[in-house]
Design a protein around this ligand. Structure first.
Ligand code: ADP
Ligand code: ASP
Ligand code: MG
Length: 422
């Protein structure tokens, strides 16, 4: 019998009825003899509700002190969930105990609202498992070295679960959610999307980082680093299906590339509406310009994604890049404040109505013409490409946000993703 970690997302924990179902499912695994650690998210909508309340009361400037309080607040959603799930398990006759992140403890750095897990102590959890209990640990949260509660960024319960599985050397981490696996693209946007039986770790990493919210990117990074067997599956199957059947359902994240040989060149399409584009116009085309602009942005702890620099004309060039929409106003202020005057320009343009659409597949390594096929499919729909970025296994384009769904559907068709693979 094995040590297994289950993670249940917000929708799966969305009502007392659903929590009862989760408890019945976990009880089934426990009764089959497995040592069970369960990591639930806050009930659906709860984290948004809490952060919405904070927004009504927040001061205009985002200080570290404010971010600390946001974490104090947002972490409560998961605390409610673990308490309720432990109670529901006890009602099933299964001994269960819940812990908040700081009780485990799950140590993180102090980057409030986007903290990183540094280490997890397993002693307390193991002792409770040895005593025959199901251990329930809050997703999404940890504690920093000053004793302050931190959170891991939106969708962070996935990362909590995989990190706990890695620390405990669990046999498998099962991510239960409201879809029955990882699809070729978000099935809510393209109903023809197909479930993938397996997806390689590298593809999952690109899909998550390009915006597929089915797994938080850091959870995939953890799974890769510690080789945690990871599966995404539905929490909406009947709770009493046979464990053998359940354990084979959904999508397995694989680490061997050979299993992908039969698969399509492009495995999936991801999209992301969270970015904004900034263009600095008419800067002198000389060494150090990219460093001057992006160095200042990096020093402010703002992540930059797609970057392009145009060819120069009369010794001047235009420079564009994207940042997270939440960082857009801060980035523009920063550049207007001191960076642009030092470069002899004040010409800056921004666009928050963009989106990034990406095709992902390890087959792209060994096939040519994939990017051009993507560009043709977009041009046939009359969609203008504003920026392009590529890596070995993905091509991304930045386009007008209003064409996002059209682009995703067109690409899904163009790469035959709605057809079953051979
Ligand atoms: P949870 O609350 O369980 O963590 P999330 O909402 O975070 O659930 O993630 C599941 C959602 O991810 C699905 O409902 C689906 O709309 C979305 N999604 C985006 N891309 C994909 C994809 N490629 N495959 C499956 N689901 C996807
Ligand atoms: N409750 C958190 C969120 O809504 C974490 C999670 O659900 O994974 O982002
Ligand atoms: Mg999620």
């Amino acid at each position: 019998m094995a040590l297994i970690v289950h993670k249940y997302g917000g929708t799966s924990m969305g009502s007392t009825e659903r929590i009862r179902n989760v408890a019945k499912r976990v009880a089934k695994w426990h009764r089959a003899g497995h040592q069970m650690v369960v990591v639930p998210s806050a009930m659906s909508g709860e984290t948004n509700r809490l952060l919405g309340l904070a927004k009504e009361l927040s001061p205009p400037k985002q200080t570290d002190e404010l971010l600390r309080e946001l974490d104090m607040l947002a972490s409560t959603g998961e605390q409610v969930s673990v308490g309720l799930l432990a109670i529901a398990l006890q009602a099933e006759g299964v001994p269960a105990v819940s812990f908040a992140g700081w009780q485990v403890p799950i140590h993180t750095n102090s980057a409030y609202t986007k903290a990183r897990i540094e280490s997890i102590e397993d002693r307390k959890v193991r002792a409770e498992l040895e005593a025959g209990k199901v251990v329930i640990i809050t997703g999404f949260q940890g504690v920093d070295d000053k004793g302050h509660i931190t959170t891991l960024g939106r969708g962070g319960s996935d990362t909590s679960a995989v990190a706990v599985a890695a620390a405990m050397k669990a046999a498998e981490c099962l991510i239960y959610t409201d879809v029955d696996g990882v699809y070729t693209t978000d099935p809510r946007v393209v109903p023809e999307a197909r479930r993938l039986q397996t997806v390689s770790f590298e593809e999952m990493l690109e899909m998550a980082s390009m915006g597929s919210k089915v797994l938080q990117i850091r959870s995939v990074e953890f799974a890769g680093k510690y080789k945690v067997p990871l599966r995404v599956l539905s929490s909406f199957t009947p709770w009493d299906i046979a464990i053998e059947e359940e354990a084979k359902s959904g999508t397995l994240i694989t680490f061997e590339e050979d299993t992908q040989m039969e698969q399509a060149v492009v495995s999936g399409i991801a999209f992301n509406r969270d970015e904004a584009k900034i263009s600095v116009l008419g800067v002198p085309d000389k060494p150090g310009i990219a460093y001057n602009i992006l160095g200042a942005v990096a020093d402010a702890n703002i992540e930059v994604d797609v970057i392009i620099q145009n060819i120069s004309k009369d010794g001047k060039t235009d420079f564009s890049f994207t940042v997270h929409r939440n960082d857009y106003a801060r980035t523009v202020d920063l550049l207007k404040g001191k960076v642009l005057p030092s470069l002899g320009t004040d010409s800056i343009e921004g666009d928050t109505r963009i989106c990034k659409v990406s095709i992902v597949g390890i087959g792209m390594r060994s096939h040519v013409g994939i990017a051009s096929k993507m560009f043709r499919a977009l041009s046939e729909e009359g969609i203008n490409i504003q920026m392009i970025s590529t890596s070995e296994i993905k091509t991304s384009v930045v386009i007008d946000e209003k064409y996002m769904e059209l682009a995703v559907r067109a690409l899904h068709r163009a790469f035959d993703l709605d057809q079953p693979t051979a």
